[in-house]
Design a protein around this ligand. Structure first.
Ligand code: FCB
Length: 484
């Protein structure tokens, strides 16, 4: 089927939005008028520990699954590792100064579990706690909200050796870790995110194997989803037990699922994929139940479900974090894919209304952010939403005179923020936006080949940071609380 036909048929799931684009009533990124955001809207940036810190052998840090994976030949582009990355372990003051200069109001960073508990269990490592205390105090001094994520994919290797996310004990280890962090920081950190993209780290880590720990076992993947969902709720309760006033949420990667054709079979496959991608985690957290997907008589065994799990899974998140980048193209796959009943094949980073690709090859679909927010609101209702990630790989090199004209990034941001504003007008209670990313960093299996930062990092010359044009553009958005 040709792209033109796909566009015409309007198959996007879930919201009743036409695929062919917003109505003329709505703001478009090409309008001249400024798009103003609600008062108090929180403008932020995001990073993650393994992607920026480096210092992997310092301060008593233990090994994580990403140290192991990135040091395994053939697993990352060019054999890149996070050993040094942006050296933020030493340069965090520079990062705070940059954010202050740009006027950033909220910094979403992550805490490296193996800095806190080098083997994933036992007492806290004081040097690790001190590092994050200093970072948090520095942010508060700069007037920036510290917004830590407890788990952004760097599982202590010792826990993987003990079975990893498919092992139910990992959910209890998460409880202890969350307690430690709450005792250390819950007097000064008021917004916490527990897991980053539980769908990605379970699926890519245990099913397709493209990310750490690189296992390819569909049944282990299914178990890992349940254990991670339990861990999410455990950490929520642990943080609240120490300070009931803190706000706790989690960051979910959500994406529109587009059938590859208008056949009944492909449409049904897209509905199944949507249940797995968008509902399997968030619905479990909010309701204690899973969407109807696996064979009913096998589900408990496939997940390792125990009596009482419904109550264990369910917590009233204070906010829901949503990461949005692109969409999925989905086919029916009659011969199956290793997951009972799922019978799909899916390709990441595709949209029938793509306006181009990022340097990473991801289809750019700005109305998709509005569409997915409306789709997820069917589940989240009035719970506040924070965009915890959105951004683009734009690898435009520095110009001869040192400026970096990342015009595609600015265009991407302008279009997505305009559509985000449209979603707010639709009634989706979005209160914050975190741009991925503050600085170029270790892009997982893609190593340093993809640059997501509004600040360029020269990895060959002392991790020198240079704001790109988009950084100045974003600073103005923050100042004006509006997209011009
Ligand atoms: C998300 C990850 C984040 C970063 C961006 C580009 O899936 O959460 O760490 O890699 O993609």
């Amino acid at each position: 089927m040709k792209r033109r036909d796909v566009l015409r048929s309007g198959w996007a799931l879930g919201t009743g939005l036409a695929v062919s684009g917003p109505s003329t009533m709505l703001r478009a990124a090409t309008d001249n008028a400024a798009v103003t955001f609600p008062n108090g809207f929180l403008w932020g940036v995001a990073t993650a520990a393994y992607q920026i810190e480096g210092g992997v052998h310092e301060g008593g840090r233990g090994a994580s699954i990403w140290d192991t994976f990135s040091h395994t030949p053939g697993k990352t582009k060019n054999g890149d590792t996070g050993d040094v990355a942006d050296d933020s372990y030493h340069r965090w003051r520079d990062d705070i100064a940059l954010m202050k200069q740009l006027g950033v109001k909220s910094y979403r960073f992550s805490i490296a579990w193996p800095r806190i508990q080098p083997t994933g269990r036992g007492p806290a490592n004081q040097a690790g706690l001190d590092y994050y205390k200093r970072l948090v105090d520095g942010l508060l001094e700069a007037g920036i909200r510290p917004f830590p994520t407890l788990y952004h994919w760097d599982l202590p290797q010792a826990l993987e050796d003990a079975g990893g996310w498919p092992n139910r004990d990992t959910a209890d280890r998460m409880t202890d870790y969350a307690h430690i962090m709450a005792r250390a920081l819950a007097d000064r950190v008021h917004a916490w995110s527990v897991l980053n993209e539980v769908k990605t780290f379970t699926q890519a880590g245990y099913w397709d194997g493209g990310m750490a720990p690189g296992r390819k076992d569909p049944l282990a993947f299914l178990k890992s989803t349940h254990v991670a969902n339990l861990a999410n709720a455990n950490a929520f309760r642990a943080l609240k037990a120490v300070n009931p006033k803190v706000e706790v949420g989690s960051a979910y990667d959500c994406a529109n699922c587009f059938p590859a054709s208008d056949s009944v079979a492909d449409k049904a496959a897209a509905v199944r994929w949507d249940k797995l991608i968008n509902l399997w985690y968030l619905q479990a957290t909010l309701t204690g139940t899973y969407p109807d997907l696996l064979p009913a008589d096998q589900q408990a065994a496939l997940l390792g479900w125990q009596a009482g799990d419904e109550a264990r899974l369910k917590v009233p998140l204070d906010f829901v974090g949503i990461n949005y980048y692109s969409g999925w193209r989905v086919w029916d796959e009659p011969k199956g894919n290793g997951i009972p009943n799922l019978n799909t094949r899916a390709e990441w980073a595709w949209s029938p209304r793509s306006i181009g690709k990022s340097d990473f090859g991801w289809d750019i679909d700005p109305p998709g952010i509005r569409q997915i927010l409306k789709r997820m609101q069917q589940l989240t209702g009035s719970i506040p939403i924070e965009i915890t990630e959105n951004g683009i790989a734009d690898n435009t090199p520095p110009a001869a005179y040192g400026r970096i004209h990342d015009v595609r990034r600015i265009d991407y941001l302008r279009r997505h923020l305009t559509e985000l504003r449209n979603a707010i007008d639709d009634g989706v209670p979005v209160r914050a936006y975190h741009l991925w990313s503050l600085i170029d960093n270790f892009e997982w299996a893609a190593g340093y080949s993809q640059r997501f930062g509004i600040v360029h990092v020269d990895f060959d010359h002392g991790q020198k940071r240079t704001p790109r044009d988009s950084a100045y553009w974003y600073a103005k958005v923050i100042r004006d609380n509006a997209v011009a």
